[in-house]
Design a binder for this molecule. Sequence first.
Ligand SMILES: Nc1ncnc2c1ncn2[C@@H]1O[C@H](COP(=O)(O)OP(=O)(O)O)[C@@H](O)[C@H]1O
Ligand SMILES: O=P(O)(O)O[C@H]1O[C@H](CO)[C@@H](O[C@H]2O[C@H](CO)[C@@H](O)[C@H](O)[C@H]2O)[C@H](O)[C@H]1O
Length: 472
Amino acid sequence: MSDSSWTRVPPATGRALVPGLMSSLDPLLRAWLPRQRWFAGKGLPVGEFRLTSATELVPPGGRLGPLGLLHVLIDVTQPGRPADRYQLLLGAHPLLPSALVRAALGPAVGGPYDGLTLYDAPHDPRLAALLLERLRMPGRIGRLRFTTEPHAQFPPGLTPRVSTAEQSNTSVVYGDAFILKLFRRVSPGANPDLELSLALARAGSRRVAEPVAWFEADSADPAGDGEPMTLGVLQRFLPGSTDGWALALASVAEDGDFRAEAAALGRATAEVHASLAAALPVQELGGEALERLAAGMTHRLEETAAEVPAVRPYAAALRAAYDDLAKLGASTGARGTVTAQRIHGDLHLGQALRGPDREWVLIDFEGEPARPLAERRRPAPPVQDVAGMLRSFDYAAHHSGNGAWAARHRDAFCLGYAEVSGADPREQPVLIRAFETDKAVYEARYEARHRPAWLPIPLSALARLATAVPSR
Ligand SMILES: Nc1ncnc2c1ncn2[C@@H]1O[C@H](COP(=O)(O)OP(=O)(O)O)[C@@H](O)[C@H]1O
Ligand SMILES: O=P(O)(O)O[C@H]1O[C@H](CO)[C@@H](O[C@H]2O[C@H](CO)[C@@H](O)[C@H](O)[C@H]2O)[C@H](O)[C@H]1O
């Protein structure tokens, strides 16, 4: 089937295809976009919207027109940050069915776009099904390129439902067999969620949800640097799985013993690290690289203290952890004693799913969404992931004030990790303290921006880390 049966391909700006789209979208997006969890520039005034691409997907042989799926990439300018590019998937309807009213970008009646109401398409099973059909067929449409992993099979007609999980992107589950993650803030370059999941799956790892298909946009516009942008990844869905955060909270609530699960998670994490080290480049970080790492952490602390006043009282003491890291760099010279490799980058209990077979699988290899893509793709010491998980045990325990639960399970996780890697991460105290501090600083900013009621959790960790005995 030729691509042309799927779509009308618009010119680069999309304006000729969808006359009036931008003037209709502008006022709607001003109100709707900042309310979305995945909107990165919260709290800052919105400047301009610039349409960089619009592509309409319509079913083969289906009627052309506004009832297709409109794929849009839009740049948003805000003072004090580089422009962000967002992926929008829009439906348009003359009279929105009641089930879709909550997905409307604005008032659900009297739509401003040619008399049509615009809405967030992943919520519409008909349009989500259309996207799956398109993913089943490798090929291009305008700037969009669809790819299927060789030998991967996924049947047509799976029933879609949009995920209700609180998340940084938007996911659609198809028949409890596959899950499509639609990245919302996109940048040129492979998204590590696709890159690392694919590397792990191709290496035969059982700790990953295998990608079966994905789609990208080329960066033909002047702002792009030539690398394609990953827009969405379809992966195996793990039915009947529960995430580590839910399991940990249940255990905390009854002061339970979760150590076997925590140790198994430590082993799974070390297995993933070993597979990533075997599949992708590894490098030794010399003195200067460690000093740069420490400088980056110090910078993040300063930015956070400027933005989140409650962090300020701890800032001076916390810097000691980074100074120690820089000194470690200075003492190693160019020899390099710290191994860096590709890692998960944002590991926490919510990123680990345990299936009915009781095995852990890690998901969401995207890294911290707030960091630039190039930084997220850089090799880093694997202890960074360990520190992320240690913070997560602390988060879980905080809900009941049960600090002993956190300590027991942090230990169990490290012991499990050591069983596979051959070394207990706590044998690198300077590194682990620096990364744990850096993570808690990240969390303070994350919570201040997204969930202010949770801010006390990273703040209490910062208070503890600030008074921790320096490792010198
Ligand atoms: N392969 C999968 N199988 C089952 N559930 C999944 C799978 N991938 C993700 N999920 C569910 O979707 C949620 C969000 O996924 P995640 O990749 O963390 O998205 P985001 O990056 O947008 O936060 C997870 O917490 C989990 O509940
Ligand atoms: O899963 P995401 O990629 O969206 O990660 C972001 O959101 C997480 C919260 O949903 C946040 O994690 C923090 O809260 C968790 C409990 O909800 C806790 O287990 C983590 O340890 C803590 O960092 C994550 O930092 C953020 O990037």
